[in-house]
Design a protein around this ligand. Structure first.
Ligand code: 5RP
Length: 251
């Protein structure tokens, strides 16, 4: 009986994973089709949903003979661009981007985002700041009323390594909650970002929601040693959510 239960649990988990992957794919495809124009420079975000966006972009570049320069937000994005034989650019030569397509860990009802689950928040925010059109792609599990409803790991905060303990203590004292340093899966040491820094994942207490994210973000940024936060406020211009029923909604 145990084996039967185990197999059916496994099958259900697999079916759910496939649904989420499909939701990511359709959101990404729709976003690329609606927002990428010929002869433009486009920012390429990071994470597993962006992989689908790059697939679609590569398909369109080939089929429609588009001329697109792609500016990456991470080492992963750079690798994706190169693997798909797309034109790699940077902010030095392309400081104005037509749009940026990126994922998110959570999106609240005001389109405030938590980003940085993959540790790329700083470059993602810099690239996002270079466009009037930050387009977010996500599956339905990322949609929430209040931040923290869905993404339970906390708000990622990139810090200069030598400052990680003082920053951790200051965050916990000023705002409450806990801000552990993100450890590598092997537990051999902290995760190191593309910029050579560490990440604190601030698990904020519920009363944080009584304040505005903007004022919290402004205070976090002022702590010496904080490089950037994964709070993206008033940055997303459009969010595409792939739903379980195979449709896409955009806000
Ligand atoms: C990386 C990010 C990602 O966009 C975010 O973590 C979402 O990733 P995924 O599409 O894999 O769920 O912010 O720093």
């Amino acid at each position: 009986l145990n084996v039967v239960l185990c197999v059916s649990h496994l099958k259900r988990t697999l079916a759910m994973t496939n649904l989420v992957e499909e939701a990511k794919r359709i959101a990404a495809y729709q976003a690329v089709d609606d927002n990428v124009l010929n002869n433009t420079a486009v920012g390429i975000g990071s994470g597993s949903t962006v992989v689908y966006a790059v697939d679609r972009l590569a398909e369109r570049i080939k089929a429609e003979k588009l001329k697109i320069v792609c500016v990456p937000t991470s080492f992963q994005a750079r690798q994706l661009i190169l693997k798909n034989n797309m034109v790699l650019g940077d902010l030095e030569t392309h400081p104005d981007l037509s749009c940026v397509i990126d994922g998110a860990d959570e999106v609240d009802e005001n389109l405030v985002l938590i980003k940085g689950g993959g540790g790329c928040l700083t470059q993602e925010k810099i690239v996002a700041s270079c466009t009037p059109k930050l387009v977010i792609i996500a599956d339905h599990t990322k949609q929430s009323k209040n931040l923290g409803d869905r993404y339970k790991k906390g708000i990622p905060i990139e810090v200069i390594p030598l400052a990680y303990v003082p920053v951790q203590k200051k965050i916990e004292t000023i705002f409450g909650g806990q801000a552990p340093v993100r450890m590598a899966k092997s537990k051999a040491g902290p995760v190191v970002t593309d910029n050579g820094n560490f990440i604190l994942d601030w698990q904020f207490p519920p009363e944080t929601l009584n304040n505005s994210w903007e004022s919290i973000n402004n205070k976090l940024i002022l702590i010496p040693g904080v490089v950037e936060t994964g709070l993206f406020i008033n940055m997303a211009s459009r969010v595409y959510f792939g739903l379980q029923d195979g449709s896409v909604i955009s806000k």
